[in-house]
Design a protein around this ligand. Structure first.
Ligand SMILES: Cc1cc2nc3c(=O)[nH]c(=O)nc-3n(C[C@H](O)[C@H](O)[C@H](O)COP(=O)(O)O)c2cc1C
Length: 194
């Protein structure tokens, strides 16, 4: 890939809630990064609960739409809250669908950037570390970057805008690293997803 080229990032939110801080942060980051990447939000609310029988019989439209969007993207951004010290079920469920076939899925070698958030000071780090393990099993590449966990997220929005400069600088740095990874690393042909 040409390093001057703008990269296409698919963004998934771990919350389906209208007014979600996670989804709000995706949209805010899309505005702040528009000069160096295109972040497109992908709604996962149409994905049913995973069922192996359904998977075998033919994937639901929402799953095919997600898989296609991941395949077309240069990388994936996941912004998620923490539920009961773990990954929200809706997000884990979407990843379970997208993880098939095992280790040959659309996530294989896909560069991923993770951001967790919470109303609490802990910023959803426990969910983030569970997510890292899940993505590791899927052979995705979580791009090395300083940990991006936003605590007290409800104090960092002004209307729809994320306004905490310190967190914003950290996250923009992480997204630049994602871009650098995409534009500079070339996998050998035999390791590319296919
Ligand atoms: C079912 C449930 C469980 C939660 N568990 C945690 C938790 O373990 N740790 C935490 O920091 N916040 C927890 N929260 C609070 C969420 O982090 C907070 O509601 C957050 O704003 C949700 O993200 P959203 O705004 O993107 O929907 C929980 C919220 C819900 C609804």
């Amino acid at each position: 890939m040409n390093i001057d080229q703008r990269v296409d990032i698919l963004a998934i939110s771990g919350s389906l809630r209208h007014g979600s801080f996670s989804t709000g942060l995706v949209h805010s980051l899309a505005k702040h990064t528009a000069h160096f990447m295109r972040i497109t939000f992908h709604d996962i609310s149409d994905i049913p609960l995973y069922n192996g029988d359904v998977d075998k019989a033919g994937r639901p439209e929402g799953v095919r739409r997600l898989n296609q969007a991941i395949t077309r993207s240069d990388g994936v951004l996941i912004v998620t809250p923490e539920y009961n010290h773990g990954v929200p079920g809706v997000l884990k469920n979407a990843l379970d669908w997208a993880s098939e076939p095992f280790q040959r899925s659309v996530f294989r070698h896909k560069p991923v950037c993770l951001i967790s958030l919470s109303l609490a000071a802990t910023g959803g780090v426990r969910a983030q570390y569970q997510l890292r393990e899940t993505l590791h099993s899927m052979l995705a590449i979580v791009v090395p970057a300083p940990e991006m966990a936003v605590g007290a997220v409800h104090t960092k929005f002004l209307g729809e805008d994320f306004v905490d400069d310190k967190s914003l600088t950290l996250m923009l740095g992480g997204l630049r690293l994602l871009r650098t990874h995409i534009t500079t690393s070339e996998l050998p042909a035999e390791l590319k997803a296919g």
